[in-house]
Design a binder for this molecule. Structure first.
Ligand code: BTN
Length: 250
């Protein structure tokens, strides 16, 4: 099967993880661009070493492609992908105002409906796998954060087609990093908690301050009351705006 952009799709009824399959293919020399899509994953992987519940009815897809930019630019792709999910959700459900939680969770009303797992899976040329899990028919139970779904009325194939189209547009805008300033601005326009209170871990130290923006490399910039600016590169981050939103929707 081939999508309207010309990107081919390799479909699996059941697989361990589409990101793992992307890595295996990259090791065999595959460059993409190529979508790997599964109805079900037995070893779905999430951020921060978590697993991703992958029962039939939702979208489990990985886009494998090569970049000419150096591997550091891969960090930027995380924001490109989150924006693409945002755009696709708005196209599919025009009334929605999805928000992006740093770096790449996409939420509706404070509840997550999509997670993105970008990984560098090969070198020379750098190959990137963008794994996307989109809740459509159902939202898994027992997650450490509130979850929701786009709604069972949508076909998985329509979500994939829309996501592919928006990802192609945002990757063109990113332009191997030359357009990252525009991506960063678009991301910020839909980001949760920007300008508000944020709590994050910097090594073993918990920091609380203001989320002032993104660094050039995509790090979250946290400014403490004394003016100290600290870039946060990974880990769980808590935003006061998100907590308030969740209380409102509880
Ligand atoms: C997150 O924890 O927010 C990221 C979740 C990413 C899940 C997707 S589903 C398709 C791809 N294959 C995986 O094993 N993980 C990603």
């Amino acid at each position: 099967m081939t999508l309207a952009t010309g990107h081919p799709v390799r479909h699996f009824d059941r697989i361990d993880s589409t990101n793992l399959e992307a890595r295996r293919l990259a090791e065999e020399g595959e460059r993409g661009p190529l979508w790997l899509v599964a109805d079900q994953q037995t070893l779905g992987r999430g951020r921060l070493g978590r697993s991703w519940v992958s029962e039939p009815g939702n979208l489990y897809a990985t886009f494998l492609f090569a970049i000419a930019a150096d591997p550091q630019a891969a960090a930027e792709v995380s924001f490109v992908a989150a924006l693409a999910v945002h755009d696709a959700a708005v196209a599919l459900r025009p009334g929605l105002s999805p928000r992006i939680k740093w770096p790449n969770d996409v939420l509706i009303g404070g509840a997550k409906f999509c997670g993105v797992l970008p990984e560098v899976v090969g070198g020379s040329p750098t190959r990137i796998a963008i794994g996307c899990g989109v809740n459509i028919a159902h939202a898994p139970q027992g997650t450490p954060y509130p979850v929701t779904s786009l709604g069972a009325g949508l076909a998985v194939a329509s979500v994939l087609a829309e996501l592919d189209a928006s990802l192609a547009r945002r990757l063109a805008q990113w332009d191997e990093g030359r357009g990252f300033a525009a991506i960063r601005a678009a991301w910020a326009a839909h980001a949760l908690g920007l300008g508000g209170k944020v709590t994050a871990m910097a090594g073993a130290k918990q920091l609380t301050g203001t989320f002032t923006g993104l660094a050039a490399d995509g790090a979250l910039m946290l400014q403490e009351a004394d003016g100290t600016l600290t870039p946060i590169h990974s880990g769980e981050v808590s935003f006061a705006e998100l907590e308030a939103l969740r209380r409102k929707h509880a």
